[in-house]
Design a protein around this ligand. Structure first.
Ligand code: TNX
Length: 498
């Protein structure tokens, strides 16, 4: 299989003798819709082999849309013989993925090994997350992040835009969210859990204008990636409270946090909070066309609600019983709002507590129990258990690695993860729509550091969400890793060397 160094491994691959020579080849593009993809393929060929192929109406290579390609919008069929290359996709996304496959097959001396590949993903949600709240990252880095994701057929960029330590998206109706909420005075040095706390004395911050965010959405869309925006509520909201203290149950003062962990201060379930959130979400929906909107929902301490007359009155009025019931009511109310606007709510597994909102999709991060419970209730689930898919954990012996939050999740651990938990019926398993790697950046102040943590583990993730379960083989994966790392080198990604 050395001739086909593909990650993720395709659904079906039939080797053939011989190879196609790119020298003198021409590329035919079957429809106007594919013209840009044709130009992209020609550019990849030039980058890898130095060979220029002409793009036109006929040729020894062809790209085409073909509604008969089986198994969904992301499927493609790639036929390579000694004298021709044919790539057909049911949609442009299928063709895009076929091009990613070609990109991994083309050799530096300008050949493509002959082969027939019939490919389609196992899961429809194939995600990689990035926390830009704990540290802010520039647009050109986000583009490289999306480039690398898409080269390995990941299709959802979960953009964690708000948290206690920073609010990173311009909201026109509430300018203080970024005037105040996007900046913290300084940042803790070293691990937040150890001894005496020291701070760096340096302000940190930044935010994305709506135009920036639209640019990222368009950039991602051209690479078959959907952007999933996350606006955290009612917890992880200290930056929003610093900007608009009236959203809290107490008078504060609040500050954009300078250390990590969980804040006791959360949004109060008042009418003022709901109209704020609906305004914010309206602007968010205007920027992000994807079906899902992530509303966070994790780690909501209940002390402020216990002591708040406003919160207690809602519990009494609505007959919610306790603060868990109130959290569930809070999420249900937001879910209704999103649904009325044609969107679907997604939240961390804490949104199960006190009862799940109808139609909510759950991201299972505290292990797999939340995912199992949600799938049994026939709710869609994205699996991202921290033990296997948190790329902020150490990936090797902590003694020899840069400071990380903790844990140990090796490349093998990630590769060995199976997204469909045991014990689900096949109807329940249908609700596991995919999996995601999470990159929380408390301990990753720079783009280089993010890439060091995300790769190569994201390559293991890419295979487990795309390839058939029975095709997964860790020796084979290891053998295919080196050429994929070379591709990351070409993309300028500073992965952790194997
Ligand atoms: C828990 S995962 C959090 C994040 C932290 C992360 C660190 C989740 C939904 N909440 O706020 O950054 O742990 O691993």
């Amino acid at each position: 299989m050395d001739r086909y160094p593909l990650i993720p491994w395709p659904r079906s691959l039939a080797p053939r003798e011989g190879s196609f020579a790119l020298d003198g080849a021409t590329l035919a593009v079957g429809s106007a819709e594919l013209r840009e993809l044709g130009a992209t393929l020609a550019r990849h060929i030039r980058e890898i082999s130095g060979i220029g192929v002409g793009v036109g109406g006929s040729g020894s290579m062809s790209l085409a849309l073909d509604p008969s390609v089986p198994d969904g919008d992301e499927a493609y069929i790639l036929d390579v013989g000694a004298d021709r290359v044919e790539l057909r996709g049911r949609t442009g996304r299928g063709v895009f993925y076929g091009i990613q496959t070609l990109r991994q097959l083309i050799t530096a001396d300008g050949r493509i090994p002959a082969v027939r590949i019939d490919d389609a993903p196992r899961f429809r949600y194939r995600g990689l997350h990035l926390d830009v709240a704990r540290h802010f990252f520039p647009l050109d880095f986000l583009k490289r992040y999306i480039d690398a994701m898409s080269a390995f057929k990941l299709n959802t960029f979960h953009w964690h835009l708000t948290d206690d330590q920073g609010w990173r998206l311009e909201i026109r109706k509430y300018p203080r969210l970024t005037e105040v909420g996007a900046w913290r005075t300084e940042t803790i040095i070293g691990h937040a859990r150890t001894g005496a706390k020291r701070y760096d004395g340096t302000p940190h911050g930044g935010f994305y204008t709506q135009e920036d965010a639209r640019e990222i959405v368009a950039y991602a869309r051209a690479r078959a990636v959907t952007v999933l925006p996350e606006i955290e509520m009612p917890g992880h909201a200290a930056a929003a409270l610093a900007a608009y203290p009236e959203l809290a149950c107490t008078t504060g003062p609040f500050e954009v946090r300078t250390t990590w962990g969980i804040s006791e201060d959360v949004m109060c379930p008042s009418e003022a909070t709901f109209s704020f959130l609906e305004d914010v979400l309206r602007e968010v929906m205007g920027i992000f066309p994807g079906e899902h909107i992530h509303i966070g929902g994790d780690e909501v301490p209940k002390a402020r609600w216990k002591a708040s007359a406003v919160a207690q009155e809602v519990i009494r009025r609505e007959g919610l019983g306790d603060e868990d019931g109130l959290q569930s009511w809070f999420v249900r109310r937001i879910e209704r709002f999103l649904r009325a606007n044609g969107r679907q709510l997604i939240g961390w597994d804490e949104i199960l507590e006190g009862g799940l909102a109808p139609n909510a999709t759950v991201m299972s991060w505290r292990g797999i129990a939340g995912g199992i419970a949600a799938a049994r209730e026939r709710h869609d689930v994205v699996m991202c258990p921290q033990e296997d898919l948190y790329f902020d954990h150490y990936q090797a012996d902590p003694q020899a690695e840069p400071l990380a939050i903790g844990g140990l999740t090796t490349l093998e651990d990630t590769y060995g993860y199976e997204p469909v938990p045991p014990g689900l019926t096949s109807a329940e398993a249908e609700h596991v729509i995919g999996a995601q790697g999470c990159v929380w950046t408390e301990y990753m102040p720079t783009p280089d550091h993010v890439e060091f943590m995300a790769y190569p583990r994201a390559l293991a993730l890419a295979e487990l969400v795309w390839s058939p379960r029975e095709a997964r083989d860790s020796d084979s994966f290891r053998a295919r890793l080196r050429p994929s790392l070379a591709l990351l080198d070409r993309l300028g990604v500073r992965y952790r060397p194997a």
